[in-house]
Write a protein that binds this ligand. Sequence first.
Ligand SMILES: C[S@@+](CC[C@H](N)C(=O)[O-])C[C@H]1O[C@@H](n2cnc3c(N)ncnc32)[C@H](O)[C@@H]1O
Length: 214
Amino acid sequence: MTGKQASVDNPVFARVWTFLTRHEPAAVRALRQQNLAGLTGRVLEVGAGTGTNFMLYPESVGEVVALEPESRLADVARETAAGAPVPVTVTECTIEALPPDDEFDAVVCSLVLCSVDDPDTVLRQLLARLRPGGQLRYLEHVASPGLRGRLQRLADATVWPRIAGNCHTHRDTERRIAAAGFTPQTARHELLFPSWVPVPVSEVALGEAIRPAA
Ligand SMILES: C[S@@+](CC[C@H](N)C(=O)[O-])C[C@H]1O[C@@H](n2cnc3c(N)ncnc32)[C@H](O)[C@@H]1O
């Protein structure tokens, strides 16, 4: 995807992701819940997929504006939104193509900064969408050291982005978040599989960073 393209057409990934999110392990759900805990006000969720996060928003959230550029996933997300505990609207749109006229109390990214073409540009756009003091909450695949890191680099250079919706597993996303101008607040890493299992998407980072007050 290049420039300000508004949509993504990926029917195979849409089907696979819909299946995977319907069979997601409880441990991943728990991480999602932690990523959303304590949020308030207006929230922008980028690349919502099937809307797996929607049921997990706390009732302190006033409104979620969810972007999902893949039309089949956006349709599923709209169905999920209908049962959410907070008001959620789903817009079929990339973050790059969203008109720049809205401000949010928080931005939520889960498993999406690995999938955008230009994470540095997207992160600067996210910073601009937040009010001063607003929060970025993220749950993201991140680069691992050692053998898993080498496996990630191999996966990223070969089939993984093609079969996994442009997912790049070896991104140093937290360094990019800080470089975009966010102030890191909390962060921790988890492995989704036992350390001996050679899966490139095992390591995730869960954290919060804020837009500094002006
Ligand atoms: C791996 S899925 C994760 C979906 C969801 N965030 C979740 O946690 O289940 C990545 C999602 O990002 C979306 N996406 C890819 N590029 C995007 C962009 N530039 N702007 C917004 N969403 C994007 C894809 O369509 C896909 O639904």
